[in-house]
Design a protein around this ligand. Structure first.
Ligand code: SF4
Ligand code: SF4
Length: 224
């Protein structure tokens, strides 16, 4: 793992309180990482919740023009849509700026940092050559991620990552086609189509839905 990491990064691993040379002067005049990203900007439930707030659209309406469904190891999840001749993110405005900056997805917030999921925490690495802007300055990782409640956000990401892994294992090794279809529909409905309520804490609602998902999928509480 560490050897691989050296090949794709500056060789260092960062915690949320570490300083990393990632700040790219507000991306002024550049939107290179908002184009031609294929279906790699996979969205989590918080991302879609934020997109519904940013656009006023529900999940179905988002699917019509701004996001699409992406499959990895049998698991169906939404990802940001790239469109047009240059395959630009649909949220990029005419001036080449992100039109939903305050509510942009987590992977966009982290870029050019990549996540390393550990059992109890997430650490980060600087993706080599991901952002070629010269003269980047140092910034605290937590500040760069722009999360208002960093600890809760980290726990949410860990839980979601755990559920994804658990689902993918079952989808590739254990479930037949019908069970896989039912499980994917359950996840899409529970975490994306059934909108989270704005007046309630997102993370509390997410935890409740995680419990429901685990019960329905036969995953023991606290286990992946
Ligand atoms: S490539 Fe770097 S400078 Fe350009 S938009 Fe992305 S993060 Fe900003
Ligand atoms: S959501 Fe914003 S930051 Fe993310 S790819 Fe689209 S335009 Fe870029």
């Amino acid at each position: 793992m560490l050897q691989d990491l050296h090949e794709i990064s500056d060789g260092k691993i960062y915690g949320i309180n570490d300083m990393v040379r990632a700040a790219c002067r507000d991306c002024e005049g550049c939107h290179a990482c908002c184009e031609q990203m294929g279906d790699s900007i996979v969205l989590d439930p918080l991302d879609v919740f934020r997109l519904t707030k940013a656009t006023g659209k529900n999940f179905e309406a988002l699917l019509a023009d701004t996001i699409e469904l992406h499959v990895t190891d049998g698991l169906i999840l939404p990802s940001l849509k790239m469109a047009g001749e240059n395959e630009r993110c649909v949220f990029l405005d005419e001036a080449g700026r992100c039109s939903i900056h305050a509510l942009r997805p987590g992977l966009c917030r982290a870029f050019p940092l990549g996540r390393i999921y550990e059992e109890r925490q997430i650490r980060y690495f600087l993706q080599a050559d991901a952002c070629r802007r010269p003269g980047k300055s140092k910034v605290k990782v937590g500040r760069w991620l722009d999360a208002s409640e960093p600890k809760k956000y980290e726990q949410f990401l860990l839980a979601w990552h755990g559920l994804r892994g658990s689902m993918q294992k079952r989808l590739t090794d254990m479930w037949n086609e019908q069970t896989a279809k039912t499980a994917n529909m359950l996840i899409l409905n529970l975490f994306f189509a059934n909108l989270f309520r704005e007046e309630m804490d997102f993370y509390v609602q997410f935890e409740n839905r995680m419990e429901q998902a685990k019960r329905a999928l036969g995953i023991a509480p606290g286990r992946e």
